[in-house]
Design a protein around this ligand. Structure first.
Ligand code: GDP
Ligand code: GDP
Ligand code: MG
Length: 467
């Protein structure tokens, strides 16, 4: 037995020994803990009760010691429940009254809160209604204002479209030259040399040009000499007839000769004239007229002298809804016009209106430059330009006649537009222009709005002057 134990012990490795030691240690720890717990549970044994004491206890002696348990603090007796004394009747009544008062107060408060809430809602309703009423009034007022504005706008537009009447446009001329002419024939005195001298003075200061004044005067003298026209009214009628004949270029006085659009496409109109005569404005008005007739229009900004000129044309183009071909400021006007005509042909537009400069930034004289523009336009489309429209400012009076002569010589004007008749008493200049140049006046300008470009009808014009 022993040798076996010995061999067993010898077979143990150091690790086995460590394990055994740990197990033994743990067993010891468990033992110690168990003992301590057991000790705490068991009350410590009191000292042995002396026998004398036991004796005393049994006999019930007066000075008997309290039993060991009496040494502990006495248990707390449960709180003694004192039965409430029966409430007194007056207390009960007071409590009831207090309760009643509290309820009444609560009820009063609730009522008050309800009343305030009702008032608040009523106030809100009234405010809402007042707001709605105000809103309705404002909406009505705004609608009324909008309607009035619309009407005003329509009226203004209609007025602008219709433009001034020719008579209104000729107001200043009627008050000037024509008033003086009419004064000669009132009073009923017979036409004599004195009246003829007065007529001469009026005619020669009437901006109709010397040639035309002479022609009119000679015709009057001739008729007076033949005793045809001693009656001033008849002389006046004869003068009127003669003027109508001049304005109609010896054709039918009733007929207007506005710009005619022929078969060629695009129909190219080159607009020329001195700076400020009204070329760009006239192009804008004309574009509007043509568009209204159902024709498509393209504008060429050939006045490259100032950037403002191109911008001005663009404003008109936008207004009438026509495309514009524009070059850079200072670029070759011929090139811009060429491009415009080419674009017009490509896009199949009916009319190309080419603006040009009235003053130049280059050394080239104006007329030479314009001749070049005309040549280049001719390269862009066959037969172009189909119309060379000369724009003259009537406020220039006889100067306009001199300009017309110059432009016509250089470019061969095919039509004339006489602008700004509304601003001058020199409307007689039309007579001189027609008489000297024999080019049809196609339109007269009597203001700055679209409707202020009037087709020129000789009979109507004479009527507006004389009546
Ligand atoms: P452009 O330099 O020849 O192109 O001339 P604009 O077209 O720029 O016109 C010069 C000024 O004359 C502008 O202020 C126009 O509004 C004005 N104008 C053109 N035609 C008329 C017209 O018939 N009546 C009046 N009162 N002003 C005109
Ligand atoms: P000239 O001074 O009379 O000989 O005119 P040009 O024939 O030199 O043309 C003047 C300008 O018009 C040129 O600088 C070009 O910009 C323009 N131009 C003339 N012919 C044509 C052309 O066939 N095509 C284009 N695109 N532009 C042209
Ligand atoms: Mg211009």
């Amino acid at each position: 037995m022993l040798p076996r134990l010995e061999t067993f012990l010898q077979s143990l490795t150091p690790n086995d020994w460590i394990a055994i030691a740990i197990v033994v240690l743990l067993a010891l720890l468990v033992l110690v803990a168990a003992i301590r717990i057991a000790r705490r549970r068991r009350p410590p044994p009191g000292p042995p009760v002396p026998s004398a004491e036991i004796e005393r206890e049994l006999t019930g002696g007066p000075e008997a010691l309290p039993p060991p348990s009496a040494r502990l603090p006495p248990p707390v007796p449960p709180p003694e429940r004192v039965p409430a004394p029966p409430p007194r009747p007056e207390d009960l009544r007071a409590a009831r009254e207090a309760e009643e008062a509290r309820r009444k107060e609560e009820y009063r408060r609730k009522k008050e809160a309800d009343r305030l809430e009702r008032e608040r809602r009523q106030r809100e309703r009234e405010e809402d209604e007042a707001r709605a009423r105000e809103e309705a009034v404002r909406a009505t007022r705004e609608a009324e204002e909008a309607r009035r504005r619309d009407e005003e706008e329509r009226r203004r537009r209609a007025e602008a479209e219709a433009g001034k009447t020719l008579a209104a446009g000729l107001e200043k001329t009627r008050g000037g030259f024509m008033a003086r002419l009419n004064a000669l024939f009132t009073g009923g005195k017979l036409v004599d040399d004195g009246v003829l001298a007065d007529l001469e003075e009026v005619l020669f200061t009437a901006d109709i040009g010397v040639r035309t004044a002479t022609r009119l005067l000679e015709s009057a003298r001739e008729r007076v000499r033949k005793k045809e026209l001693a009656d001033p009214e008849r002389l006046k009628a004869a003068l009127r007839e003669e003027i109508a004949r001049i304005l109609a270029l010896d054709g039918a006085p009733a007929e207007a000769r506005p710009l005619e659009i022929g078969a060629a496409r695009p129909w190219v109109v080159m607009v020329v004239g001195v700076n400020g005569s009204g070329k760009t404005t006239t192009i804008g008005k004309l574009a509007a007229k043509l568009q209204k007739q159902g024709r498509t229009v393209l504008l060429g900004a050939g006045d490259t002298f100032r950037a403002a000129a191109g911008e001005q044309l663009e404003i008109w183009a936008e207004r009438v809804g026509a495309p514009v071909v524009r070059g850079k400021e200072g670029s070759d006007p011929a090139s811009v016009c060429f491009e415009a005509v080419q674009r017009g042909a490509q896009d199949g537009v009916d009319v190309v209106l080419c603006d040009t400069a009235g003053r130049l930034h280059t050394k080239a004289p104006l007329m030479e430059e314009l001749k070049k523009v005309k040549r280049v336009i001719a390269k862009a489309a066959e037969g172009a330009p189909h119309e060379v429209l000369l724009v003259l400012d009537s406020t220039n009076g006889q100067n306009a006649i001199a300009q017309a002569r110059q432009f016509h010589e250089a470019l061969g004007a095919t039509g004339i537009v006489l602008t700004k008749l509304d601003g001058t008493a020199k409307g007689g200049v039309v007579i001189g222009i027609c008489d000297e140049l024999k080019i049809p006046v196609r339109y007269v300008g009597v203001g700055e709005t679209v409707g202020d470009l009037k087709p020129f009808a000789p009979a109507e014009f004479v009527q507006a002057l004389f009546d």
